[in-house]
Design a protein. Structure first.
Length: 51
């Protein structure tokens, strides 16, 4: 009985950890894409000024 309970708790913890990791990765990728968009915008402005 205790073994099943321990297994259930362990899988729940693993699921939580996985969700946290996915959330963290999602936030990081959003941040990186925002930086990339800003860089592209700056590059367009610089190109427009050069022409």
């Amino acid at each position: 009985m205790h073994e099943n309970l321990a297994r259930a708790q362990m899988s729940a913890r693993l699921g939580e950890a996985q969700q946290l990791r996915q959330g963290h990765l999602l936030a990081r990728s959003r941040r990186l894409s925002r930086k990339a968009e800003l860089a592209a915008q700056q590059a367009r402005l610089a190109l427009a000024r050069a022409l």
